[in-house]
Design a binder for this molecule. Structure first.
Ligand code: FES
Length: 286
């Protein structure tokens, strides 16, 4: 089985759709029509993902998520809602949801969100947008960007570039905002973000470190540089330090092979790096 999913929604039609879409794809799907029943099931079973509605009688989705978070800080949650207001999305984000799906959602969208959430749960990672990255002010600025390009051919890429400049990266919640604003399928937005290497779905630190792993740098010890940085900063490649000061990534040839091995911090290029001393480079950025 790919993963255990609990779906909470007071509409039977939504529960049946989730069962029909996720069941044949190898997910174990439990469904309940109220948050109270869901809390009961969570006492007895472990789930890889909770998919929950926001508007439900008795206990709404936000109160439900607060109770879930109090018991299990690491469980992955995806919200489905018919009426996403900035306020409800913002509050959901503060509860560290992975993503939200506007109703009605397509099977492809549900499968994509579920697959991503379950896979990340298995890796022990939660890629939610940080609440400070998607504030009401950010959402308004995103709307302004979208308005400037709406209706123009080829609008998607420049909108995503400006959105990335604004937020720093393109988490799912920003991709959905852009898709809604430009009236294009979320799958198209996601496809573009995944295809172009200059788009990133991961947050970057205040200072981004890039280590070249191209051939010239590799043979001169670039792998050792990556290891030293990763150990010193206590992050994996693609990760960000807890104070958000540094992020670490690897790239293929920075076009400065004569200086190999090469490390770039923000826009500063450093050549002939000695792996033993590489952490000293970062002192100027602390
Ligand atoms: S291989 Fe590293 S700069 Fe070219």
């Amino acid at each position: 089985m790919k993963g255990n999913v609990l779906v909470v929604d007071d509409e039977q039609v939504v529960l049946k759709s989730c069962e029909r879409i996720l069941g044949p794809e190898g997910y174990g799907v439990s469904t309940v029509t109220s948050a109270k029943e869901a809390l009961g099931l969570l006492e007895q079973n472990r789930y890889d993902l909770i998919i929950t509605d926001l508007m439900m009688p008795e206990m709404n989705g936000l109160d439900f998520m607060k109770q879930v978070r109090a018991k299990d800080p690491d469980i992955n949650i995806v919200v489905i809602t018919g009426y996403p207001s900035q306020e409800s999305i913002r509050e959901s984000l503060s509860l560290r949801i992975i993503d939200y799906l506007p109703k009605p959602f397509s099977p492809a969208l549900l499968l994509e969100a579920t697959g991503k959430a379950v896979e990340l749960k298995k890796k022990g990672v939660t890629p939610e947008a940080r609440v400070e990255d998607y504030t009401e002010e950010t959402a308004e600025k995103l709307d302004e960007i979208i308005r400037r390009y709406r209706g123009k051919p080829g609008a998607l890429i420049p909108v995503l570039q400006e959105a990335q400049d604004l937020v720093g990266y393109l988490p799912p919640v920003v991709q959905r905002h852009v898709a809604r604003g430009l009236k294009v399928p979320v799958s198209e937005v996601h496809g573009v973000v995944s295809f172009y290497s200059f788009f990133t779905m991961k947050p970057k630190g205040k200072h981004n470190i890039r280590v070249c792993l191209g051939t010239a740098c590799y043979v001169k010890g670039a792998e050792e540089i990556v290891k030293k940085l990763s150990d010193g900063l206590q992050i994996e490649v693609g990760g960000i330090t807890t104070d958000r000061n540094f992020s670490l990534e690897t790239v293929r040839c920075l076009g400065a092979c004569g200086l190999a091995p090469v490390v770039v911090v923000d826009k500063d290029t450093y050549g002939s790096i000695n792996p033993i001393k590489v952490l000293d480079l970062l002192k100027d950025y602390e």
